[in-house]
Design a protein. Structure first.
Length: 132
């Protein structure tokens, strides 16, 4: 967890996203309290938690299988908090929980099932062996 908070690549879990949001909120509050003195240097420090917040939001969008630009949709952050990520790997990387990463069919959305259709051409369900 928190391996590359400045990167926009990959996927993160809901837990890491929520902890990142809390960290950024606390950081902004501390910087804002320190900026009461009137120094403009603290305004530049506000960019660091803002950048982390944007990067982590983009990675959470990736976990849901969406582009990072989806974070601009109003109230989409609620979906980022509570919505599950894609099962298995997607185009942005492996599942951060490890679920379905070894599943061969996870990316194709194909679920192999046993066929119940008769194989031979003369065996049709309900017709029996009538012959020609």
């Amino acid at each position: 967890m928190f391996k590359s908070v400045f990167s926009f690549e990959g996927r993160i879990r809901r837990t890491e996203y929520a902890l990142s949001r809390i960290f950024c909120l606390i950081s902004v509050a501390i910087i804002a309290a320190a900026a009461e003195g009137g120094s403009e240097a603290f305004g530049v420090l506000m960019l660091i938690p803002l950048y982390i917040l944007i990067a982590q939001s983009a990675k959470r969008c990736h976990d849901r299988g969406n582009s990072g630009w989806w974070m601009l949709i109003p109230f989409y952050s609620f979906i980022l908090f509570f919505g599950p990520g894609d099962y298995g790997p997607n185009e942005y990387g492996d599942n951060p929980k490890g679920e379905g990463n070894d599943d061969l069919y996870a990316e194709t959305h194909f679920s192999p099932q046993l066929s119940t259709v008769p194989v031979a051409a003369n065996q049709h369900p309900g017709t029996g062996d009538q012959g020609n």
